[in-house]
Design a protein around this ligand. Structure first.
Ligand SMILES: NC(=O)c1ccc[n+]([C@@H]2O[C@H](COP(=O)([O-])OP(=O)(O)OC[C@H]3O[C@@H](n4cnc5c(N)ncnc54)[C@H](OP(=O)(O)O)[C@@H]3O)[C@@H](O)[C@H]2O)c1
Length: 331
């Protein structure tokens, strides 16, 4: 049996193009000892994959041209040759970017009972939600009542960061790339204020919305956002460095923040992190997030593309702001 998968047709130069992606076939045979066969329901589309499209050493190896991409997916077991998995089990795996697969079950997570639609386990109750949770509470060492600024605020991670901060009684400011997203943040997601970073000067927006300064800046964007936030931090503020999406399509290195020395006098902590550094928090995270989502205390948003053929365009959409909340491809 074969499954359809997405592979790179070429390494993107700058902004990725539809023609950088191609559909290929992968084998998905009946499982043998220790394997399971899975039909994927939906797959995750994530900015970090851009780094793996470049042929350079990183914390994960680069994708190869013509080889199926991998990424997060939720699927259902259709055949099992593993004692811990049975037909019908929901599983979370890294065997996404294909509509099905047969693989050894090691490293594949059985989701058990799920309390929300499967796609939420790729979003708020999945990796982006966990990134927000660990990044804000552990790396950002958030305290009740502080002032939080989050960039990429209408995205998968940012929308959850802002809402967790509200649950912790913080004053929350978000930035996003359109008026519609700004409205969503303040009218639906409970942010205290938000601004469109494409409209005028970032720094003046921030100075106006955080006149007393920022305690935690959750950085999803890097570049000008990081520079502007550095100018507005309060003494001993924390900056979890989660991502730098503004730089992912750069074709040449750009200079770092030109005002990093602000961190010295203010005693700031800038700390990079990867969500997997916090795997020990996964059980507590799932318990907390399932509770918040089912009680409606955290509102989840997603943007859905249909079918494996749309995956390349969904990926490009991450860099044009096409998504609100989690970017998902339904399979
Ligand atoms: N450290 C970790 O373990 C970890 C884990 C997950 C994600 N991340 C990082 O967290 C960030 C957010 O990821 P996500 O999955 O939640 O993606 P996302 O925010 O759902 O999607 C990307 C969003 O980034 C914004 N964007 C794109 N280009 C931009 C630019 N040049 N300047 C400002 N904003 C831009 C767009 O929104 P607008 O319309 O607002 O521009 C777009 O919708 C990314 O940097 C990602 O790499 C890190």
């Amino acid at each position: 049996m074969c499954a359809k998968a997405v592979a790179l047709a070429a390494r993107p130069e700058g902004m990725p193009k539809t023609s950088d992606f191609q559909i290929v076939e992968v084998e998905s045979n009946d499982p043998t000892d220790g394997e399971i066969q899975v039909k994927n329901i939906c797959m995750s589309v994530d900015p970090y994959m851009r780094g793996r499209m470049v042929d350079r050493k990183s914390y994960v190896p680069p994708f190869q041209i013509g080889e199926p991409l991998t990424g997060g997916a939720i699927g259902k077991v259709i055949k099992s040759a593993h004692p811990d998995f049975k037909e019908g089990d929901f599983v979370s795996s890294h065997w996404g970017w294909r509509d099905g697969f047969t693989a050894r079950a090691d490293g594949i997570e059985r989701l058990g009972e799920i309390v929300a639609p499967a796609s939420e386990y790729l979003g708020a109750i999945g990796m982006p939600g966990m990134t927000a949770y660990a990044g804000l509470l552990e790396v950002g060492a958030l305290k009740d009542g502080e002032t939080v600024f989050v960039s990429g605020a209408a995205g998968a991670v940012g929308s959850i960061v802002g809402q967790i901060a509200k649950l912790k009684n913080c004053h929350v400011i978000g930035s996003a790339g359109s008026e519609e997203k700004v409205d969503l943040l303040t009218k639906e997601l409970g942010f205290d204020s938000a601004f469109n970073y494409n409209d005028g000067n970032l720094l003046s927006h921030l100075r106006e919305l955080a006149p007393e300064g920022i305690d935690v800046y959750f950085d999803n964007v890097g570049a000008e956002h990081l520079e502007a936030a550095l100018m507005c931090m309060r003494p001993f503020g924390r900056i979890p460095l989660c991502g730098a999406i503004a730089t992912y399509n750069d074709t040449a290195p750009r200079p770092g923040p030109n005002n990093l020395s602000m961190a010295i006098g203010l005693g700031l902590t800038l700390r990079g992190f990867i969500v997997t550094h916090f795997n020990h928090m996964k059980d507590q995270f799932r318990k907390d997030m399932e509770t918040w989502v089912t009680k409606g205390e955290i509102v989840t948003k997603e943007t859905t593309y249909e079918g494996i053929e749309s995956a390349g365009d969904a990926f490009i959409g991450l860099f044009t702001g096409a998504n609100t909340g989690k970017m998902i491809v339904n399979l």
